[in-house]
Design a protein around this ligand. Structure first.
Ligand code: FES
Length: 154
């Protein structure tokens, strides 16, 4: 895990100190340590001359910026209408059983976190889940379990 100040400095060199640097900085921090703390947000605010409230508001608006530690693999099942209608609840239920966690929880070994997320733009091929950055469309219960079991074996 890298020092947050180093990440901020690198991103400012690349994107400047204006507000448009905020998203790349947040992505850089979350990409490196998997989540972002309030302390990190204050440092980002200071670096960009923004209010801490503005950085906090942006961070918490996007479900992909985790503000608490997550597992190594974050599973996000789409909860929006098309995926809801095509069976996301059954997928979540099956994954809860396989991972032995409830939605929103992280496994004891810190390997998996199971979450829901808003539409990922694959509505025509739902239900859909993401595992970190990888998209898995057209899920069935069996397919979702097989995918997660592959990650368990990693
Ligand atoms: S509704 Fe699930 S990807 Fe759009």
């Amino acid at each position: 895990m890298r020092d947050v100040n180093v990440i901020i400095k690198e991103k400012i060199e690349k994107f400047g100190k204006e507000r448009q640097a905020l998203m790349p900085i947040l992505q850089g921090i979350v990409g490196d340590k998997n989540y972002i703390t309030e302390n990190d947000m204050v440092r980002v605010a200071e670096a960009l001359d923004l209010s801490a409230a503005e950085v906090y508001g942006t961070t918490t608006f996007y479900t992909f910026f985790d503000v608490v530690p997550r597992g190594k693999y974050v599973i996000r099942v789409c909860k929006t209408i098309s995926c809801h209608l095509s069976g996301k609840d059954e997928i979540i239920e099956a994954l809860e059983k396989v991972l032995n966690v409830k939605l929103g929880e992280t496994t004891e070994d810190k390997k998996f976190t199971l979450l829901q997320a808003n539409c990922m733009g694959w509505c025509h091929r739902g239900p859909v889940m993401l595992i970190n950055d990888e998209v898995f469309p057209e899920l069935t219960i069996e397919k979702a379990i097989a995918i997660v079991e592959e990650y368990i074996a990693k």
